[in-house]
Design a binder for this molecule. Structure first.
Ligand SMILES: NC(=O)c1ccc[n+]([C@@H]2O[C@H](COP(=O)([O-])OP(=O)(O)OC[C@H]3O[C@@H](n4cnc5c(N)ncnc54)[C@H](OP(=O)(O)O)[C@@H]3O)[C@@H](O)[C@H]2O)c1
Length: 291
């Protein structure tokens, strides 16, 4: 299997390149090597590489920044996916695209499943929803919604990847350095451990699972405070952690408060995601081993 990875320097891109690279031919492309907002470049690259699978890890993930720069957010997260879907169709490749829980407004009390109607609260969520729709333009496509992604570079000891975008990575960095950490008690999530997302992606591809939308998160749900406390207890630094509520922090973009996702459909397709506690435990062990 030949795999073309876009946005390969990002958190998920690093994990995908490392893990799938052990068994498959992976052509990993950073933004400087392929800007996905350039439709001609995307098409030319697909013609040159002739991939079996295009894995789109490129994204504009600055949730607050997207409110100020909606054009870039829509270009990268939305319209670029149309070009990737076109390239996938032309090269008879499978397109795997990653979505987000931010397509929901959090106004529920039970985990969202794939049939739940999206209602994004800001530009970022809207742009990602547009990308989901464009991904469907590929004859064979998987749209995998991930959430609160963490651990993309930890096992490789990749400090650059660790710095990227991950709330839990930054919390653990701070705790290990003895700095105080705050965790939201009123934001509920189902975190996604990057290596587990990669294995689920691989399982879907190898099983030739039905194409479409899947929630690709670790099993279970917790508030950010509970996730942080679990890590803090493991690291024996619980005293560094303070519970706070989201209204204590001003952000430009509104955020959904309850965004647990059900991964039952993914499990039915053959990719069973371990509980988030198990994922955090493996993540901390991997970080420990890599230092
Ligand atoms: N991180 C999370 O908590 C989270 C939550 C929900 C969903 N997701 C989704 O999961 C996927 C992977 O996220 P991630 O955390 O791995 O993202 P990330 O660490 O922010 O990496 C995104 C990568 O995309 C690259 N990129 C940006 N614009 C590009 C363009 N025009 N052309 C090519 N590459 C471009 C970035 O390059 P530069 O480094 O040069 O900017 C970066 O390397 C994304 O679809 C994201 O929306 C992530």
């Amino acid at each position: 299997m030949k795999v073309l990875v876009t946005g390969s320097a990002g958190q998920l891109g690093v994990a995908i390149t490392r893990i799938l690279g052990q068994d498959f031919e992976v052509v990993a492309l950073r933004r400087t090597e392929l800007d996905i907002t350039d439709p001609d470049a995307v098409l030319q690259m697909a013609r040159r590489v002739r991939p079996d699978v295009i894995l789109n890890c490129a994204a504009y993930n600055d949730v607050d920044g997207a409110e100020d720069d909606p054009v870039t957010a829509m270009a990268v997260n939305g319209f670029a996916v149309r070009a990737l879907a076109t390239a996938a169709r032309e090269s008879a490749a499978v397109l795997v695209h990653y979505g987000t829980d931010f397509v929901f407004d959090g106004g529920v009390e039970e985990p969202y499943d794939e049939l739940a109607v999206p209602a994004p609260m800001g530009v970022y969520g809207t742009s990602k929803l547009l990308g989901e729709w464009f991904a469907c333009g590929a004859a064979r496509h998987y749209v995998l919604r991930v959430e609160s992604l963490f651990g993309g570079g930890a096992e490789a000891g990749d400090s650059d990847a660790r710095r990227l975008g991950s709330t839990l990575d930054r919390m653990v960095d701070a705790m290990l350095a003895g700095r105080p950490v705050r965790g939201f008690t009123d934001r509920t999530v189902s975190p996604s451990y990057a290596p587990d997302v990669v294995l689920a992606t691989r399982a879907l591809l190898e099983a030739d699972a039905p194409t479409g939308l899947y929630h690709c998160v670790n099993t279970g749900m917790a508030t950010w405070f509970e996730v942080a406390r679990f890590a803090a207890v493991s690291l024996q630094c619980e005293s560094l952690l303070t519970p706070v509520t989201t209204d204590s922090v001003a952000t430009r973009a509104p955020r959904p408060r309850f965004c647990a996702l059900s991964n039952a459909k993914l499990a039915t397709a053959g990719a069973v995601m371990p509980p988030w506690e198990d994922a955090v435990t493996r993540y901390l062990a991997a970080r420990h081993d890599s230092t």
